[in-house]
Write a protein that binds this ligand. Structure first.
Ligand code: OAD
Length: 244
């Protein structure tokens, strides 16, 4: 794979690099993207019918079981070459921020350290009523389990539709996007706000913007460089190129 010389020159000289990732980065690990049809047992539900506070109030058992299924699926897959390349890029640049919309924790499993999780993490659990993170609870066989502090229902610590972004993470994401030399948007449909505004924040702040996605997105035309390919192929090739 060849990259424009000007892009390689800029990347090699960059001190501050910020990356936004979406479901496409985990697709090659076998985690279905959010917009892909649900499979098997869950095919009859739309994600919007399962990933909302209203759905949880209506049928907490169904929503807990769906996340339990997703947790098990994620536990059974491995980080792919895209995750590994991003973890290595963190070591190459003095200021590197990885902002992700993914809730699967695969960036951390690939040993990325500085990860800003905009939509939470599937593997964490919190109390639906109080929002407190809960790591252990008595196994009474109830689904969902109950909060050991207040008796409320437990839920995954992810951001659902109709819920606000975690404020501290969003602030860090905006800071990282508006203070970088190069901004990458990788494996995201760039359609779900406010995360989708980050590439534009970077563009307005003078960063060179880059997209890696096999399909065009609303951001493709605006990016300085767009590479139409799978993240698991493009990122390792890029890493090789800047190491030589
Ligand atoms: P989407 O499912 O909307 O988009 C996945 C993107 O990945 C698409 O643009 C694909 O073309 C691209 N893609 C697929 N395979 C790829 C590969 N191998 N390499 C690179 N790109 C690839 O996922 P997100 O953009 O992450 O929010 O969706 C954003 C948010 O929308 C999710 O976090 C979720 C959802 O609603 C919440 O749950 C709050």
């Amino acid at each position: 794979m060849t990259f424009p010389v000007e892009f390689i020159r800029q990347l090699a000289g960059a001190k501050r690099v910020t990356v936004l990732t979406g479901a496409g980065v985990s697709a090659e690990s076998g985690v279905p993207t959010f917009r892909d049809a649900q499979t098997g047992l869950w095919a009859k539900f739309k994600p919007g019918e399962l990933a909302t506070p209203q759905a949880f109030r209506r049928n907490p058992r169904l929503v807990w079981e769906w996340y339990d299924w997703r947790r098990k699926r994620v536990a059974g897959v491995q980080p792919n070459p895209a995750h590994l390349a991003l973890a290595e890029m963190e070591r190459l640049f003095p200021h590197f921020h990885l902002i992700t919309q993914n809730v699967d924790g695969l960036h951390q499993r690939a040993s990325s350290r500085n990860v800003i999780e905009l939509h939470g993490n599937l593997t964490r659990t919190k109390c639906f009523d109080e929002g407190t993170i809960i790591s252990n609870w008595p196994d009474t066989g109830e689904i969902p389990p109950k909060c050991p502090n207040c008796g409320g229902l437990l839920r995954p610590d992810v951001v659902w539709f109709n819920e606000p972004m975690p404020e501290a993470e969003m602030e860090r994401a905006i800071e990282a996007s508006t203070h970088c030399d190069i901004f990458f948007s990788i494996g995201t449909s760039a359609a779900v706000y406010p995360a989708a505004s980050l590439p534009y924040e970077a563009l307005r702040s003078g960063a060179t913007t880059v997209e890696i996605n096999p399909e065009p997105t609303p951001f493709t035309e605006d990016a300085h460089f767009a590479f139409a390919g799978a993240a698991g192929l493009v990122l390792p090739a890029l890493l090789n190129r800047i190491r030589t």
